[in-house]
Design a binder for this molecule. Sequence first.
Ligand code: ATP
Ligand code: MG
Length: 766
Amino acid sequence: MDSLRGLNPAQREAAEHVHGPILVVAGAGSGKTRVLTARIAHLIDAHGVPPQRIFAVTFTNKAAGEMKHRVGELLSRDPGGLWIGTFHSLSARLLRREADRLGFSRQFTIYDEDDRLSLIRRIMDERDHPVKLFPPKLIQNLISSAKNRMQTAAELEATGPQDAAVRVAADVYVAMQRALLTANAMDFDDLMLHPLALFRHHPDALERWRGRFDFLLVDEFQDTNRAQYELVKFLGLGHRNVFGVGDEDQSIYGWRGADLRNLRDLQSDFGDARVVKLEENYRSTRPILDAANAVITNNAGRIVKTLRTHRPGGESIIVVAAADERDEAEWIARELGRRVTDGAAHAECAILYRTNAQSRALEEAMRRAGLPYQIVGAISFYDRREVKDVLAYLRLVVNPSDDEAFIRAVAVPRRGIGDMALAMLAEQAREWRVPLLAAAARADTIATLRPNLKTAFTAFAELIAGLRRRAGESAPVVVMEEVVQAIQFETVLAAEGSEGIERWENVRELMAAAAEWSEIVTDEEDPGTPLQRFLAEAALLSAVDTSKGKPDGVTLMTLHTAKGLEWPVVVISGMEEGLFPSSRALELPEGLEEERRLCYVGITRAKDALVLTWARARRRGGELRPGIPSRFLRELPPELIDERRTSFAVGAIGGWTGQRGWSGGREGSGLGRGAGSPYRSMPPPRDGAGVFAPAPHLDAAMENQDAPRLVKGERVRHRRFGSGAVLGLSGVGKELKVSVAFDDPEIGTKQLLVAFAGLEREWESA
Ligand code: ATP
Ligand code: MG
């Protein structure tokens, strides 16, 4: 019974449940994931369920690794054979056993976004669709979202027959699926869709897989998409032992096709699912929970949940105004440094943000402050050029039909094979109906090729054939070493200078990773070779699973990536309109509500301390833009807030200094105007309007960087000269001058140094 130790009665009820569908719906930090983990251990421990008959889905591969480790701890032994992972990785495993039924072979490759995009580009070329008119990325998105909605090409076309882009996408869709089949490859969407096709068309396979697992468990159920839910239905409708945990308020992937209906459908589709509610929050202090609830209440039509915390006291939510993103980052670094001095470990702190682009300023500040940090999810190690090059060779060794791998590998090192030669080869391959590698092996019979190209192609094909003969059951690192030797990759990279040396380091890191590689799941029945399984795993490791920097440092990641995680100290930076909520999300229906759920997710990551920062100006897309506090700040109850501002935010900025919107908010509009927080009195966001100056400390850095941009035509007010309109600007940094035509004819047009002029926006000073 050890595996249930420490659970409260409601949690225990859920974890002890054995047969029939059950849904745990509860707010953040109530122990959903903990219950799911305990239940796996309990099934194995108390009910003797063999681990390989349990199918457990987590949101990232990293989470799967951690959960498996935790189950192992609860059991005091390794739960080997457990099927645990993301939907995609579990599907890939299932497909490795069934690929032949779908016309693929077991050696199939998983195409990542780059592979797919390059394939789409080639198809568009072949079929004379102008890529200038229809960007391949757009076509890819159209196809991918159709796939996620489980639409065929014809169904996609029917959604917009008069839309040229949709017609092109539908045409490319058909050609792409054909090409994927020929290349023995699947993209990420296919990984979810092929099992469904298998089950639909092969009742015997469905029966076998239904009998294969006795228990299905899904964490973060609110973020499953329709195809994933179908898979749960296929696998679970026999025994109905489906256990879902989720929180509607944390559904943040609607833009990627996640469908909240799944949470509700689970209750009806499986017939009277038991519903367990958890109402005790173990993670956060009272002010943090109150803040989270205050924000999420603004979403309409949600089911209100109770969430209690027994953690007494707790510090107020700190809200900080900064001058710009660098000032913001400096302040955060100082604040975290202070907390570390007071005893917090670096790893207990996290800085979250809406977009990856925000990480740069934060990273620089952390470095300057000498604080160790790690960035999670910015760029996947497996996305690096040199890493992909080596993997392309391995892919070709495993799957000789993999045309994208061929195109990549044949170019490294240079073999004198240009685009023309490749096009001729591709042409011939199409005619012969064989993959590029097979065509290359017979290149000497291709009349259009010059003799040196014939030799280059055949030599390459022989190289791969040799590697393939020797690969067999070898460990991935052994094959990798042979590849690197064969193409003299170190020498090739060294010729690129210092950057090449860095790249070589990455290749060595890849080899180290391969040497250390052990599977999350050990599975004796898996028909693949170790190399195949390694490649599948590498392809599925998303950026989210990869971090760079010091693992025991402060964590920097996006709000989306932070789902399910927790830290004692959490900073959410960039709390500004247009950034968070993001203006792009606001264009989507339901966009604002999804952003608000994301805010709820962010706030509830904090255990003890929550800091929210915003900047009055921010460089975005090469421009300095004015910042207005996020509406989510305005939704916080004032009594929870400890308001602060950085020293630069106090004096330096004309447009904001001392005006009512921020510090003066109390008198005119604070509590006096109903439930007003200081932010409630902010003027409504105005598009693009704003006059502001950089904080003085930024001069040096700004000279070579994005110069600030003042808005021409903007109405401003000067303390002495009165009102006027901005005519133009010149200079950068401290020298930035603005020319203003003042209304008073006596004063006329004046050139002023922005940093010292103390200009205010007229609509704020009126
Ligand atoms: P989220 O919605 O953010 O994914 P969750 O509901 O999955 O949250 P968990 O991550 O499982 O919540 O738990 C939150 C924290 O509370 C964890 O640190 C967990 O160890 C702790 N916790 C959960 N249940 C208990 C309990 N009964 N006793 C003590 N601590 C608990
Ligand atoms: Mg969780």
